[in-house]
Design a protein around this ligand. Structure first.
Ligand SMILES: *[C@@H]1O[C@H](CO)[C@@H](O)[C@H](O)[C@H]1NC(C)=O
Ligand SMILES: *[C@@H]1O[C@H](CO)[C@@H](O)[C@H](O)[C@H]1NC(C)=O
Ligand SMILES: *[C@@H]1O[C@H](CO)[C@@H](O)[C@H](O)[C@H]1NC(C)=O
Ligand SMILES: *[C@@H]1O[C@H](CO)[C@@H](O)[C@H](O)[C@H]1NC(C)=O
Ligand SMILES: *[C@@H]1O[C@H](CO)[C@@H](O)[C@H](O)[C@H]1NC(C)=O
Ligand SMILES: *[C@@H]1O[C@H](CO)[C@@H](O)[C@H](O)[C@H]1NC(C)=O
Ligand SMILES: *[C@@H]1O[C@H](CO)[C@@H](O)[C@H](O)[C@H]1NC(C)=O
Ligand SMILES: *[C@@H]1O[C@H](CO)[C@@H](O)[C@H](O)[C@H]1NC(C)=O
Length: 551
C-alpha cells in the first residue's frame, strides 16, 4: 500500500475575498414520480388496486435515495426498498427488498407506463454470486451499462435504460479489496464507495478499531475485472480493487503539536489538514473531496485535494455542519448538504476563528450534533468555485415555497435532505432526496409535532430535481470512435472508421457509421474519394452524408 502525498496549502476565505459573489439565480424545483406506497409491509399488501401494472410498491419510509443521472440526462439511478410483494410463484413477487431502480426525469414513462423501472428485481443468485448486500450511493458509468451500488457493480450489457434489460440480462458483480498477505478471505471492508469520473478508479473509506476507539481512513484504488478469480472470496466473477493508496500524509496530519523548544507550548500547524472521510471526486476528476479535522474550532467543512499535486482547497467555511458534496461537471460549482440556515450548530461554532484545540477530543461528538436522531437538518446549497467568503454563503437550492412546517412546500423545513446530491452531466440540474421528520424525532414527549406527509400515498420520502434555468448546458458526448489506417502505397490512405457518438446539450447530434463500418480509400495526391459503408453526422436535426465516390 502506498501513501499518496497530500500537501496542505489551505486556501481560506481571505485568499478569495477578491471575487465578487454571484447574483442569486433562478431555480425551479420539481418532484419525480415514484413507485406507489403499499398500505403496510405485509406480503401481498402491494395490491393490484395500488399498482395495476404489478411492478411493485415501496413503504412510506423505504430508505429511498437518489444517485447519479445516466449520461443520457433522462434517467436517474436510485435505491428503494420494495415491500408488500405477493409470495411466489406470483411474477410480482420479485418486487421486494432493497433494489436499484431507474427513474425518468423528463415526465415520460417506460413502455409499460411506469415512470420508474427496477433494475435488480428478480436477478438470480447465479447472476449475483458473492454480491454485497448494501446498494447505497448508486453511480453511473459512462458506458450506460454499469452502475456502482454499495460494493457491487450492477451491469446490463444491453444498457441499463434499454427495454431489453431485464432480470436475465442483469448481473450484480461484487468488489473485493485484498488486504490479506496470502490473498485469502473476503478482503477489507469498504464503505461509501465513490466512482472516479475516469470510471477506472474508486475512492472509499474503511473503519478500523484502534486502542483510541474507532478510526476511519480513506483510500483510492483501481478497478480490475477478473472473470475467474484464482484466490480470495468470493470465488465468483468480480472487480478487484488494486493499487490501493492510503490518502494520508504523516507530515501533514498533526494539526497540533507540542513545541519541540518548549514542552509547555502547543503549536498549531495551519497547513496540516488530514483527510477524515472521503466524499467523492470533482466533476473533471482532478480533485478528491473530503471532510477533515476542522480549521476553526467545531466548524466542520469540506475540502478538495488535487489528486496529482495534493494541493488542498477549502470548499466551505460557514460555521454550520456540512457533509455530502458534489462538484459540478466543470468543477466550477459545488452543491453541499449543510445545516446552514437551521442554526443548529451555531451555539458551538458561531464564534469564528477559535483555534481547533478542543477538537482533539470533541470532534466526533460535535459532528454528531448535526442530526437529532433520524431527523437531519440538511438542505442543499449551491456555492460557486471560490467558496464561502465575506458575506457570501451560497444560495439555498430549494428556497421557493411557503416554508410552512408540514405544508410539503419545496422549502418545508420538516423535509430534510439525505446523501448524496448529484449534478446532471450537463450541469443544469441537481437531484436530491428528502425525508420528512418522523417519530421519535417529533411527536410524543418531543415538543416538535409530527406532520403528516402531503406527498402522494403519504410517502415520507421524495426525490427532487432542481433546475438551474440560467445555467448554460454543457455538451455531454457519449460513445466511441475508432479509426485505423493502412497505406497500400505511400500516397494512398485507407481508413477503417467506426463511430457511434451521441452528444446532448446545446450542440447536440450524432456521428454514426454503418454497422460494418465506413471504409475510405483516398489518394492524397489525386483526391479520388472512394468509400464503402456510410458515415453520417446529424446536427440540429439535419443529416450530413459523405460525398459520392469519384468513379
Ligand atoms: C426493507 O423493508 C423491510 C420491511 O418491508 C425491512 O424488514 C428491511 O429491513 C428493509 N431493508 C433495508 C435494507 O432497509
Ligand atoms: C411473507 O413471505 C415470505 C416468503 O414467501 C415468508 O417467508 C414470510 O413468512 C411471509 N410473511 C408473512 C408475515 O406471512
Ligand atoms: C412534469 O409534469 C408536471 C405536471 O404536468 C409539471 O408540473 C412539471 O413541471 C413537469 N416536469 C418536467 C421536468 O417537465
Ligand atoms: C491466510 O492467512 C490467514 C491469517 O493469517 C489465515 O487465517 C489463513 O488460514 C491463511 N489462508 C491460507 C489459504 O493460507
Ligand atoms: C499498479 O501500480 C504499479 C506500481 O506503481 C504500476 O506499475 C502498475 O502499472 C499499476 N497497475 C495498474 C493496473 O494501474
Ligand atoms: C396524521 O394522520 C393521522 C392518521 O390519519 C391522524 O390521526 C393525525 O391526526 C394526523 N396528524 C396531523 C398532525 O395532522
Ligand atoms: C438540441 O439543440 C437544440 C438547439 O440547437 C435545442 O433546441 C434542443 O433542446 C437540444 N436537444 C437536446 C436533447 O439537448
Ligand atoms: C470497397 O469494396 C470493394 C468490393 O468489396 C473493394 O474492392 C474495395 O477495396 C473496397 N474499398 C474500400 C475503401 O474499402
Amino acid at each position: 500500500m502506498r501513501s499518496l502525498l497530500l500537501a496542505a496549502t489551505c486556501i481560506g476565505s481571505a485568499a478569495v475575498g477578491g471575487f465578487l459573489p454571484p447574483s442569486p439565480e433562478p431555480i425551479t424545483v420539481t418532484r419525480l414520480r415514484l413507485p406507489p406506497v403499499a398500505l403496510n409491509t405485509d406480503n401481498g399488501s402491494c395490491t393490484p388496486e395500488i399498482n395495476p401494472r404489478r411492478t411493485g410498491c415501496v413503504s412510506k419510509t423505504s430508505d429511498l435515495h437518489s444517485g447519479h443521472y445516466l449520461r443520457d440526462g433522462v434517467h436517474l439511478l436510485a435505491i428503494a426498498n420494495f415491500t408488500g410483494a405477493p409470495v411466489e410463484p406470483d411474477p410480482a413477487s420479485i418486487y421486494q427488498g432493497q433494489q436499484l431502480i431507474l427513474i425518468k426525469t423528463d415526465n415520460t414513462t417506460f413502455p409499460n407506463g411506469d415512470s420508474w423501472k427496477c433494475i435488480t428485481c428478480g436477478v438470480s443468485s447465479e447472476n449475483s454470486q458473492g454480491r454485497g448486500l448494501a446498494m447505497d450511493y448508486p453511480q453511473a458509468f459512462v458506458d450506460g451499462k454499469r452502475a456502482l451500488a454499495g460494493t457491487n457493480v450492477v451491469e446490463c450489457s444491453d444498457g441499463l435504460a434499454s427495454e431489453a434489460c431485464g432480470p436475465d440480462s442483469v448481473r450484480i458483480i461484487p468488489l473485493r479489496w485484498n488486504t490479506a498477505t496470502n490473498n485469502s478471505g473476503p478482503g477489507g471492508s469498504m464503505r461509501e464507495l465513490r466512482l472516479h469520473p475516469d470510471n477506472h478508479h474508486i475512492g472509499f473509506n474503511s473503519i478500523h478499531v484502534t486502542s483510541n476507539g474507532i478510526a476511519q481512513s480513506a483510500f483510492f484504488g483501481r478497478l480490475r475485472y477478473d472473470p475467474s478469480p484464482k484466490w480470495g472470496q468470493p470465488p465468483a466473477p468480480r472487480y478487484d480493487v488494486i493499487n490501493v493508496s492510503l490518502l494520508y500524509n504523516e507530515e501533514q496530519s498533526h494539526r497540533i503539536i507540542v513545541s519541540p523548544d518548549d514542552p509547555s507550548h502547543l503549536i498549531i500547524q495551519p497547513g496540516a489538514l488530514a483527510v477524515g472521510e472521503l466524499r467523492g471526486f470533482g466533476g473533471t476528476g482532478k480533485e478528491v473531496t473530503w471532510l477533515g479535522a476542522p480549521v476553526e474550532s467545531c466548524n466542520i467543512d469540506v475540502f478538495a485535494s488535487d489528486i496529482t499535486t495534493g494541493k488542498v482547497r477549502r470548499l466551505t467555511s460557514h460555521p454550520e455542519y456540512v457533509d455530502p458534496v458534489d462538484l459540478s461537471p466543470d468543477d466550477k460549482w459545488s452543491v453541499v448538504l449543510d445545516t446552514r440556515g437551521a442554526g443548529r450548530q451555531m451555539f458551538i461554532a458561531g464564534l469564528r476563528g477559535i483555534p481547533p484545540l478542543i477538537d482533539l477530543v470533541a470532534v466526533s461528538a460535535v459532528s454528531s450534533v448535526r442530526n437529532n436522531g433520524k431527523r437531519r437538518f440538511f438542505q442543499p446549497w449551491l456555492i460557486d468555485q471560490y467558496g464561502d467568503r465575506d458575506h457570501y454563503y451560497g444560495q439555498q437550492v430549494n428556497a421557493e415555497g411557503s416554508g410552512i412546517p408540514g405544508s410539503g412546500s419545496i422549502n418545508d423545513p420538516e423535509w430534510n435532505a439525505r446523501a448524496d446530491p448529484r449534478w446532471s452531466w450537463d450541469g443544469t440540474r441537481i437531484a436530491y432526496t428528502q425525508i420528512i421528520t418522523e417519530e421519535p424525532a417529533c411527536g410524543g414527549v418531543n415538543p416538535l409535532p409530527c406532520y403528516n406527509s402531503t406527498e402522494d400515498g403519504g410517502r415520507n420520502e421524495r426525490i427532487m430535481i432542481a433546475h438551474l434555468t440560467s445555467h448554460y448546458g454543457m455538451n455531454v458526448l457519449v460513445g466511441s470512435e475508432s479509426v485505423s489506417r493502412e497505406n497500400p502505397t505511400p500516397f494512398v490512405e485507407v481508413l477503417h472508421w467506426y463511430s457511434d457518438l451521441t452528444q446532448t446539450g446545446p450542440n447536440n447530434g450524432t456521428k454514426i457509421t454503418s454497422p460494418d463500418g465506413f471504409h475510405l480509400s483516398i489518394d492524397i495526391d489525386l483526391n479520388f474519394f472512394e468509400a464503402n459503408g456510410t458515415l453520417t453526422t446529424t446536427v440540429a436535426g439535419k443529416e450530413y452524408h459523405q460525398p459520392a465516390n469519384y468513379t
